[in-house]
Design a protein. Structure first.
Length: 215
């Protein structure tokens, strides 16, 4: 909501990162009617799920936590429908920050609604700071990034609690919080999800990996 009106916004960093990877990004409105999800993906070759609000806890059968942030039920509904359609079409999926959370929920997982109170640890995930991650060597994420260890930019207060059955964890922060996941079955196609914000990094390897997947 801006100036009393609903707005559809997207950080320019996503557009720049995708264009630098050789792709032409098309933004879908987050208030898209779920029934139109399949039609919206008819003319694209991949789906990027961007950062944003908290996922509404009723989507995974939980009561709201006192520290739950703003939620957008219309966006939840639209993105859940887009994920279902993309999986049916076997489109490559790149999920970022909120994206990894809504993807996990879409596939049957749950979330920590507030890490500081539900899973306190040494890493301040909600702060604007960098922290180390460990990446599973035998993973699509490692192949895309070209690294097994690195430093990522963190700013999230929610994260995966129960990993969805169709996903496997492939990156972790020093405190064990899941920072990366991908499809557990190669037959599901290219699906990579990260909790950090690669669109804001100078190194755009993950977007190049996505570009190869949609080629």
């Amino acid at each position: 909501m801006v100036d009393g009106r609903d707005r559809v916004t997207l950080s320019a960093s996503y557009v720049v990162a995708l264009e630098e990877a050789g792709l032409v990004p098309l933004a879908l409105p987050t208030l898209l009617a779920p029934a139109h999800a399949a039609a919206a993906l008819d003319s694209v070759r991949g789906l990027v799920l961007a950062g944003g609000e908290d996922v509404a806890p009723d989507r995974y059968g939980a009561a709201p936590h006192p520290q739950l942030g703003a939620v957008d039920p219309a966006r939840d509904a639209a993105e859940l429908a887009l994920i279902a359609a993309a999986r049916t079409l076997r489109l490559p999926i790149l999920a970022i920050c909120r994206g990894i959370q809504i993807l996990n929920v879409a596939m049957g997982g749950t979330l920590f609604q507030d890490l500081d109170s539900e899973r306190p640890g040494p890493v301040r995930h909600a702060a604007e700071r960098n922290h180390a991650v460990r990446v599973e060597p035998e993973s699509t994420l490692a192949a895309s990034l070209g690294m097994r260890e690195g430093v990522v930019n963190s700013r999230h207060h929610q994260a995966i609690r129960d990993l969805a059955p169709g996903l496997r964890a492939v990156a972790w922060a020093e405190d064990g919080v899941i920072e990366g996941a991908e499809a557990s079955d190669s037959r599901s196609g290219w699906m990579v999800a990260v909790q950090w914000h690669p669109e804001d990094l100078t190194e755009r390897a993950l977007f190049r990996g996505f570009a190869k997947a949609v080629a």
